[in-house]
Ligand binder design. Structure first.
Ligand code: KET
Length: 449
């Protein structure tokens, strides 16, 4: 549909519904004398919001809320994907501390607004990090990159741009996927469908289902792909499978929208984890990419990420960027400066960059060692079932296969907090807490069906 046609009718619909609500309110007021003529005044206790019902907690972030309320000394939060040290503490990377010191000591830095598109240097370096130093699309200025509010904000801005300017409004997301995806895309105006991804029987990729579903997707549809370390399953396609997915998608004109929240966390190597995205860029086609530095630089609360759109020509890319600015400006005007400055300081300096890759690898390795430890602990207890998926799965999470009843049992009896789909954040585990988790899983599997 032509977006110019869409807006007048939808805005008139909105006006009519506001008017209808207004009239209903006036009628109610006139029937009920006890309601003040000025309901927002403090003269009575009738809140204009009294009809508001309590919303549910977020399925992932709500786990932390519940965890924080638990006074137990043995409680363990394996809900949100946030890295913890062996001591169970959040980690600020050394290289981030160094970059922050550089920034603080640089008296020429000011706190002016950034441009709508963010810190230019950060944008360039982010595109290079994912697409590679010698990427022709970058050299030909066919990529536009805008700084956004971490991965979530990048997805949202990309989705709003697509809803306004792309020929298709349907986006296919994997089944299952990160719980926020359907909400982000629906609220941005896209219509969400799913493609088969995970096979619970094999605890692996349902490649045939994926191929069938993408083959029957309508031409031009958008397809959300996890760039690496699929959340929540920890199951990624092989490079050969990626190549088949690429060919299939390009032959049907499907639009790839990559979500990269874990670059470096899958293999421990930033370039290796970028490979699937680079395969799609190398064929000269178009795509979108949402990047997050929350996990791989440990910059969670700095809300720093980027949206890149790879286009066919520099001219198109420039026009696309001008429209991204029109999406961003009324949403949050322009992005925050601090996180972008940290990332840029690290990415542009060879020593700091190298130091980052070492720290990143150490995080990835610690997660892998937790996989091994948990697997061995379950084997030692003789826990019924095949737990080899714990060591096979990739990235921050293990998709255990535990059901929601078993999860609530573990929370109630063992004070272990995780999402109800049975996902555990391996990054929240330490050598000290593995036995406690293994005991809990063992009891849950034995006692709860
Ligand atoms: N994509 C994926 C796949 C993802 O797992 C997350 C975060 C994000 C994007 C967004 O992250 P941001 O902080 O906006 O850069 N996932 C973890 C945290 C969360 O749910 O917010 C999680 O799954 O635990």
């Amino acid at each position: 549909m032509n977006p110019e046609m869409a807006s007048p009718s939808s805005s008139s619909d909105r006006r009519i519904s506001v008017l209808a609500r207004h009239l209903a309110g006036v009628e109610m007021d006139s029937k009920n004398d006890s309601i003040s003529a000025f309901p927002t005044s403090g003269s009575d206790n009738n809140s204009v919001f009294s009809h508001v019902v309590r919303g549910p907690e977020d399925p992932i972030l709500g786990v932390t809320v519940a965890y924080n309320k638990d006074p137990s000394p043995v409680k363990l939060n394996l809900g949100v994907g946030a890295y913890r040290t062996e001591e169970g503490k959040p980690l600020v990377l050394n290289v981030v501390r160094k970059a922050e010191l550089l920034l603080v000591n640089d008296r020429s830095r000011v706190k002016e607004y950034l441009p709508i598109t963010g810190l230019a240097e950060f944008n360039k370096l982010s595109a290079k990090l994912m697409f590679g130093a010698n990427c022709p699309a970058i050299q030909e200025n066919r990529v536009t990159t805008v700084q956004c509010l971490s991965g979530t904000g990048s997805l949202r801005v990309g989705a709003e741009f697509l809803a306004k300017h792309y020929l298709q409004r349907t986006i296919y997301i994997p089944q299952p996927t990160w719980g926020n995806h359907p909400k982000i895309f629906t609220l941005a105006g896209l219509s969400v469908k799913t493609y088969r991804y995970y096979d619970p029987a094999t605890r692996g990729l349902n490649f045939q289902g994926l191929v069938e579903d993408l083959s029957s997707a309508s031409s031009g549809a958008i397809v959300l792909l996890h760039a690496c370390a699929h959340n929540p399953t920890g199951v990624d396609p092989t490079f050969q499978q990626w190549e088949q997915i690429r060919k299939l998608m390009r032959s049907k004109g499907l639009m790839p929208f990559f979500d990269s929240a874990y670059q470096g966390f899958a293999s421990g190597n930033l370039d290796a984890d970028a490979q699937p995205v680079r395969m799609f860029v190398a064929d000269g086609g178009e795509l979108l990419l949402a990047q997050s530095y929350a996990k791989n630089m440990g910059l969670y609360g700095e809300r720093i990420g980027a949206l890149s759109i790879v286009c066919k020509t520099a001219d198109v890319a420039a026009r696309v960027e001008s429209q991204l600015k029109l999406v961003i400006r009324p949403m949050y005007s322009n992005p925050p400066i601090h996180g972008a400055s940290i990332v840029a300081a690290i990415l542009k300096n060879r020593d700091l960059y190298n130091e980052w890759t070492i720290e990143l690898k150490a995080m990835a390795d610690r997660i892998i060692s937790m996989r091994q430890k948990l697997f061995e602990a379950l084997r030692a207890r003789g826990t019924p079932g095949d737990w080899s998926h714990i060591v096979k799965q990739i990235g921050m999470f293990t998709f255990t296969g535990l059901n929601s009843k078993q999860v609530s049992f573990m929370t109630k009896e063992y004070h272990i907090y995780m999402t109800s789909d049975g996902r555990i954040s391996m990054a929240g585990l330490s050598s000290k807490t593995v036995p406690h988790l293994a005991d809990a899983i063992h009891a849950a599997v034995k006692q709860v069906v």
